[in-house]
Each structure stands twice: as structure tokens, then as C-alpha cells.
Design a protein around this ligand. Structure first.
Ligand code: ADP
Length: 265
């Protein structure tokens, strides 16, 4: 059996997807990037192969992508995360229609990608200079509020009435703003909702730079946060297309490209 792997080495998490020739996902893995990207990527690929009981020799082609892609020496090829995300989104999101706009929130960056009818990238905008509006912002906020990042969605839906405005766009200042809101006895859920609406406004501003066409697809780890999804949809006045496993789309795109590259050899 010929199989193909896509490895997305992000600033926060390593995502690995293994597919077969029919583009079926045989297995996937998400692990923290830590400080030793190469070591963790290699270890987690071996663990995944074991988990799905696949021999290394069946892995015919590996494409790495993401921030740390060049560090993964075993990769047959590397591609930019913009290209990998576009390929993965078109495939994972096909049930929603033709994806023309992708909003991706990562651990330390946010991106908006515009695609043409054929799925080619025509434009993109990126913020990777500050943590505002990224997963890191949510991680820092959750830690300050002493809750897990995976609980943010739950808290969001407990909030009633108008969400608290969070004025600081810088993660460092937002941290002190959160402390002061807690000091003024505001509820955790209202602060969480305020953070989500503030990130939503920021990401929509970025997305408007590339244009909001047809189906708007949202992925990356923060797309697992249903509260943030609700805030973006509310601010947009439109529904987002979100795949079942939004954190692995870019790795899936890399795996699809690995299959295509192997077949063209
Ligand atoms: P990168 O590719 O830049 O490493 P990811 O797309 O993997 O980033 O996203 C990482 C971010 O996803 C984390 O910083 C965290 O905020 C968010 N995240 C991860 N898992 C969850 C979850 N279960 N619920 C909500 N947010 C999550």
C-alpha cells in the first residue's frame, strides 16, 4: 500500500496526516512543537506509524510545511503553509461548496487567503509580528483566567448581555486589562466573550484585505473554539465553513501534495 505524509511544523503544534492513494486519512497526530521541532516531528511521525500499524517503507513521499518545515530533513519536499492550507481547505471543505476565502489562526500568526475558482492562491494577508489575534493571545488570556484553552468556548456561551470591550490589541497590555477586569469583579465568561469579539474584529479586518468571497473557511487550532467561531460569525453576519478537524487542514494539504508529487515522479 502506498501512503503519503504531510507534516505541518507550526510555531505551537506539529500536525501530521497520513493518507492513502484514495486520499483517505489513515491517521493524524497533533503534538506540541516545543523547542526541538525536528526531534518532536520525527518522534511523532514514528508514533503515528506505530498507531496505525504502517511500515515506514509504505510511506512513499513526505511533504513538510509550516514555520519549521525546513528543519525536517526526511521530507522529500517542502511547501509554504499558504499553498498547503489552500490545498487542504479545498479538499476538507468541499462539502461546503467552493472555498474562495480562508481564515487561518495559528499559534503565533493569523492569515487570510483568497483563492480563485480553480483553488489557486491569488492573494494573502498575514500578521506574524504580534500575538494579537492569534492562538498565543488566547493561550495567555486563558492562563490569566486560570482556565484551559479548550474551555474558552464553554465560558463564551455562559456570557449574557453585551460582551465586555477589550481595548488592548497587544497581548501584553491585554493581560493587564484582564487582570484589571478581574479585579473589578467582572465574570470570567464576560471577559472571555469580550476577548473573542476583539479577536473576531481583528481577523475580519485582515480578511477584508483579501476580500470575502463565496464560502469562507476557517481553520487552525483556534477554530476548535466554538465561542470564537460564534463571535466571528456574528461580526461577519455570515456562517463559516469549518471542517471536523480544523487544526490538521494544512498538514492534509501537504499530504495531498505528497501524493501528487509521487505520482508525477
Ligand atoms: P501553529 O500551526 O501556528 O502551531 P495551530 O493551528 O496548531 O498553530 O494552533 C495552535 C493554537 O490552537 C493554540 O495556541 C491554541 O490557542 C489553539 N487550540 C489548540 N487546541 C485547542 C482547543 N481544543 N480548543 C481551543 N483552542 C485550541
Amino acid at each position: 500500500m502506498n501512503c503519503f505524509a504531510g507534516i505541518d511544523i507550526g510555531s505551537t503544534a506539529i500536525k501530521i496526516v497520513i493518507i492513502n492513494e484514495k486520499l483517505e486519512i489513515l491517521g493524524s497526530k497533533i503534538a506540541g512543537s516545543g523547542s526541538m521541532f525536528y526531534k518532536y516531528a520525527k518522534e511523532n511521525l514514528e508514533l503515528l506509524l506505530k498507531e496505525i500499524d504502517l511500515k515506514k517503507e509504505n510511506l512513499k513521499y513526505i511533504v513538510s510545511t509550516g514555520y519549521g518545515r525546513k528543519l525536517f530533513k526526511e521530507a522529500d519536499e517542502t511547501i509554504s503553509e499558504i499553498t498547503a492550507n489552500a490545498i487542504g481547505a479545498r479538499y476538507a471543505g468541499k462539502e461546503f461548496g467552493t472555498i474562495r476565502t480562508i481564515i487561518n489562526l495559528g499559534g503565533q500568526d493569523s492569515k487570510a487567503i483568497s483563492l480563485d475558482e480553480e483553488g489557486n492562491v491569488v492573494n494573502f494577508a498575514m500578521n506574524d509580528r504580534c500575538a494579537a489575534g492569534t492562538g498565543k493571545f488566547l493561550d495567555v488570556a486563558a492562563a490569566k483566567l486560570e482556565i484551559g484553552v479548550e474551555e474558552l468556548g464553554e465560558y463564551h456561551f455562559k456570557s449574557k448581555g453585551t460582551p465586555l470591550p477589550i481595548n488592548s490589541t497587544c497581548a501584553v497590555f491585554a493581560e493587564s486589562e484582564i487582570i484589571s477586569l478581574l479585579g473589578n469583579e467582572h465574570k470570567v465568561e464576560d471577559i472571555v466573550a469580550g476577548i473573542h469579539y476583539s479577536i473576531a474584529k481583528r481577523i475580519i479586518r485582515l480578511a477584508k484585505k483579501v476580500g470575502l468571497n463565496d464560502v469562507i473557511y476557517f481553520d487552525g487550532g483556534p477554530a476548535l473554539n466554538k465561542g470564537l467561531v460564534e463571535a466571528i460569525e456574528f461580526e461577519l453576519g455570515r456562517r463559516l465553513a469549518i471542517p471536523k478537524n480544523p487544526q490538521i487542514t494544512t498538514a492534509l494539504g501537504a499530504a495531498i501534495l505528497a501524493k501528487e508529487a509521487y505520482e508525477e515522479l
